[in-house]
Write a protein that binds this ligand. Structure first.
Ligand code: NCD
Length: 337
């Protein structure tokens, strides 16, 4: 079975699974953004943080990361800590029974008996789907990156960042290795739900976004290889790195043609927003970090709180439940602005 960016029937809401970005309807996305703001605000005080860390302190999570990761791994681990969830992890499969010939499916089924939530990153596009269809539906599963296909939680944090700066009639350009960049694939599908959005995909030959995504877009889009001409038009520019861990570099790849530095940054509007899922190489020069339009560090910080809200939602905690809680109302009265 092949996954994933193929058109799937949308089941509104989050439920127990976060597998692909198509599953999120706009209403669910806005609710998630509101819950993110709420939890973030509550956690500004020690009393508030203690309350949030009591919400899921009877739960356990497993982080199964079979691909290099620092920010996503730590972001999820810390999101679990904020909610009081205890974590265990597998990052190095040479220490597991897979070395004795066990299938990965059996391995994951085994540790699913010990935990309430599995957060997984995998080199294979299909593995997350295999787990999704083989584990009991009450097991919470989050896709933290599935090969070159999807990265729905990065899309959620990107969506939240764009929600903070405004959606109405905005234009966004995606730049770089769009063929294999899973963050762009997931985010394009999510933003395609917003009326009035326009998407530009800027990449050289051989690196353009694939037709499986384009076929699902419900908003206008353009494909081009010319970064300089699109820069002045857009409100958001989303830079990405070459994904060469998935294969070689073709001759058409010219890193100098797909970067932002002091030579071209002022082609952007004064109020444009520069985003990047990170890690970066040289597609955004470090000098740009001090430009007020650079928001990628803020984007990373947002990721922690969006993941807290996502996990809370998957355990059926809503902003309403928090509002009705006696403990929260006491903290609100005494400590929160
Ligand atoms: C991205 C990923 O893993 O796809 N990183 C991340 O999770 N923020 C982007 C990348 O590795 O280029």
């Amino acid at each position: 079975m092949s996954v994933t960016a193929e058109k799937v029937k949308e089941e509104p809401g989050i439920g127990t699974r976060c597998i692909r970005s198509q599953q999120f309807d706009l209403d669910t996305l806005y609710k998630l953004c509101e819950l993110t703001d709420k939890i973030r605000n509550i956690c500004q005080t020690k009393e508030g943080s203690n309350y949030i860390s009591s919400l899921l302190n009877d739960k356990r999570a497993m982080l199964y990361f079979k691909q290099p990761s620092t920010r996503t791994f730590l972001s999820f681990q810390n999101a679990c800590h904020i909610l009081g969830i205890k974590c265990s992890e597998i990052r190095d499969i040479s220490t597991s029974s897979f070395m004795k010939g066990e299938t990965e499916l059996d391995g994951v089924k085994t540790f699913s008996q010990y935990v309430d939530l599995i957060i997984m990153r995998h080199t294979s596009t299909d593995f997350v789907n295999l787990i999704d269809s083989n584990l009991n539906n009450n097991m919470r599963i989050i896709n933290a990156g599935s090969g070159t296909d999807q990265h729905p939680t990065q899309a959620l944090l990107d969506f939240y960042t764009i929600y903070k700066y405004g959606f109405k009639n905005k234009k966004i350009a995606f730049v770089g290795d769009l063929n294999r960049g899973r963050t762009v694939r997931s985010l394009a599908l999510m933003l395609s739900k917003i009326d009035g959005m326009k998407l530009y995909f800027i990449a050289p030959n051989g690196y353009q976004i694939k037709s499986d995504i384009l076929e699902q877009l419900e908003v206008p889009y353009e494909l081009t290889d010319d970064l300089e001409s699109i820069m002045p038009l857009v409100d958001y520019i989303y830079m990405t790195r070459l994904q060469d861990e998935y294969g070689g570099i073709e001759e058409t790849w010219d890193p100098d043609a797909y970067k932002i530095d002091l030579n071209n940054v002022n082609r952007l509007k004064n109020n444009a927003i520069i985003l990047h899922p990170l890690p970066r190489r040289d597609e955004i020069a470090v000098e740009i970090d001090n430009d007020p339009r650079a928001k990628y560090w803020e984007q990373t910080a947002n990721g922690l709180w969006v993941r807290v809200a996502l996990i809370a939602s998957m355990f059926n905690i809503s902003a309403d439940d928090i509002d009705k809680s006696k403990d929260y109302n006491k903290i609100k009265r005494l400590y929160l602005k």
